[in-house]
Design a protein around this ligand. Structure first.
Ligand code: MF3
Ligand code: CO
Length: 241
């Protein structure tokens, strides 16, 4: 899982600098697939429940599961969520980031910042002996305090030999409730926040989830392992050198 997650982290890192006005989401997907395969891993989303690509690219009001297309061109001011999974020797890694294309609005920046920090808040609750509700609540609390809304239709998940395992990890919940975390558990934690209301509509392609009110959405995700004292972020971006 460390290998698979590292592949995901590195590919997302290299993709970030390719998110620019004029680039199609299909070009990003092509780069992602060849990078994953060059690193000796296999794309995890491609073919998963019929999903047709390596990457999910979700722009602006798209929350998750945007399907890459040569016709979808990134524009100045877009916020672009990149979500990818990889498999190495039968084990999965999964991570997501949201990237600004050129100069974006102050509101968009704030949404990205709050969503990214809400993931950090969640990770700071992860340790052996904590409850899953502590983790879920941390995202919800931070998001609401900062005036953002939390998507309820999609959740994080256990991950390991499969992309999606038990438990489901909602981005809202009660502290002290839910499954007890134990060292060695591996989790994909993924807050999805909106600037407006968080109701979701699925587009006619059967995949793309957008905010019903058209408000901007952001998404960040890490694959982590629970340890006695905290967590090991398996999909952390590798330090240079
Ligand atoms: N990263 C998402 C998740 O964790 C997307 C996977 S769905 C797929 O659930 F079909 F696109 F693979
Ligand atoms: Co995931």
């Amino acid at each position: 899982m460390r290998k698979a997650s590292r592949v995901v982290a590195e590919v997302l890192f290299h993709l970030k600098s390719r998110v620019k006005p004029g680039v199609s989401t299909a070009e990003l997907d092509k780069f992602a697939e060849s990078s994953v395969r060059d690193m000796g891993a296999v794309p995890a989303f491609l073919g998963y429940r019929g999903y047709p690509a390596t990457l999910c690219v979700s722009i602006n009001e798209e929350i998750v599961h945007g399907i890459p297309s040569p016709a979808r061109i990134i524009r100045e001011g877009d916020i672009v969520s990149l979500d990818m999974g990889a498999v190495c020797e039968g084990f999965y890694g999964d991570a997501a980031v949201t990237v600004a294309a050129g100069a974006v609005s102050g509101q968009a920046k704030r949404l990205m910042d709050v969503t990214s920090r809400s993931l950090e808040m969640a990770l700071s609750e992860v340790r052996a002996g904590a409850r899953l509700g502590d983790v879920s609540h941390a995202v919800e609390k931070y998001a609401l305090e900062n005036g953002m809304s939390v998507v309820r239709e999609f959740t994080g998940h256990g991950i390991g030999r499969h992309l999606h395992e038990e438990p489901s990890i909602p981005n809202f919940g009660k502290p002290g409730s839910g499954p007890l975390l134990k060292a060695g558990m591996t989790l994909a934690i993924e807050p999805m926040l909106c600037l407006g209301r968080a109701e979701v509509v699925i587009k006619n392609d059967g995949w793309t989830a957008v905010s019903a009110d058209g408000s901007l959405a952001a998404h960040y995700e890490h694959t982590v392992a629970v340890t006695e004292k905290g967590c090991d972020i398996l999909s952390a971006v590798p330090k240079a050198g």
